[in-house]
Design a protein around this ligand. Structure first.
Ligand SMILES: Nc1nc2c(ncn2[C@@H]2O[C@H](COP(=O)(O)OP(=O)(O)OP(=O)(O)O)[C@@H](O)[C@H]2O)c(=O)[nH]1
Length: 256
């Protein structure tokens, strides 16, 4: 899969929530592009709030709620409390000078709540399928969860992530083995794989920053295209000039 790389987000952000402040990268070349894009976005009247929706799906007890709580509240609860239906958090960022919010929908993994939860899949820009690295059968089930979430969305318009939780419970050897299986599954799902621990916080912030960066980039591109019908990637327009570098984003393991 080829994506235009526009690393705006990673370092040009001043977050409302200090937890969510995206890390600065020392890449002046990219920074210059960020400034250009920011200016272009302003010219297009894009100063209003942007919001993207991410839905988090997966078996019960795999750690969906803990993943969200670690990122949004920097908290971890060792006691299991089943999600009933759905719940959501909104994380606010300022990216490249623009306010931006990520709505993160936590859905119930329990079968009896599935019909309630699936009603909220629609309109997602990001689908996060979660499995428990210490319970390999939950990895197999992610395919089905993804299918169900895609049924309510336009597949080509969604970023798909496969997230393995509870890596703190695995030995390094077990972790390697599970990550190998997960990378295979991610490639079948056309997803990007991350392995995380909500208990220790390992990779959680990095993962959500990546989600926010991709969703934000996509939202801005869509706005620019809608706002100016002549603005099309590859048409020699402002976007293609700004987004000169395309990089191959491979569906491999990003979070290890
Ligand atoms: N050791 C460890 N335990 C975790 C981790 N993430 C979650 N847990 C535990 O796993 C259990 C289930 O976590 P939840 O986040 O509630 O699971 P869920 O997927 O939201 O479950 P449903 O709401 O039923 O769909 C809890 O007891 C958590 O403490 C992790 O990274 N490491």
């Amino acid at each position: 899969m080829y994506l235009f790389k526009w690393p705006v987000s990673i370092y040009a952000c001043t977050c409302y929530n200090p937890q969510a402040c995206l890390q600065m990268k020392d890449d002046w070349n990219a920074k210059a592009k960020t400034v250009c894009l920011d200016r272009a976005a302003r010219q297009q009247g894009l100063d209003r709030l942007k919001m993207s929706k991410a839905v988090v799906v997966g078996d019960l007890n795999v750690g969906k709620t803990c993943l969200i709580n670690r990122f949004c509240k920097d908290a971890f609860d060792r006691d299991y409390k089943a999600t009933i239906g759905v719940d959501f958090e909104i994380e606010r960022f300022e990216l490249s000078g623009l306010p931006y919010s990520l709505q993160i929908w936590d859905t119930a993994g329990q079968e009896k709540f599935k019909c309630i939860a699936s009603a909220y899949y629609r309109g997602a820009q990001v689908i996060i399928t979660v499995f428990d690295m210490a319970d390999i059968k939950t990895l197999e089930h992610t395919r089905q969860w993804l299918l169900e979430a895609l049924r309510e969305n336009e597949p080509s318009a969604c970023f798909i992530f496969l997230v393995g939780t509870k890596r703190d419970l695995l030995s390094p050897e077990e972790c390697q083995r599970t990550e190998r299986d997960a990378v295979k599954m991610a490639s079948e799902m056309n997803a990007e794989f991350w392995s995380v621990s909500s208990k220790t916080g390992q990779n959680v912030q990095e993962f959500f920053f990546r989600v926010a960066a991709l969703a934000f980039e996509d939202a801005i591109l869509q706005e620019l295209e809608l706002g100016n019908s002549s603005a099309r990637i590859g048409d020699g327009d402002i976007l293609s000039k700004l987004l000169q570098t395309s990089v191959e984003v491979d569906s491999g393991c990003k979070g290890m």
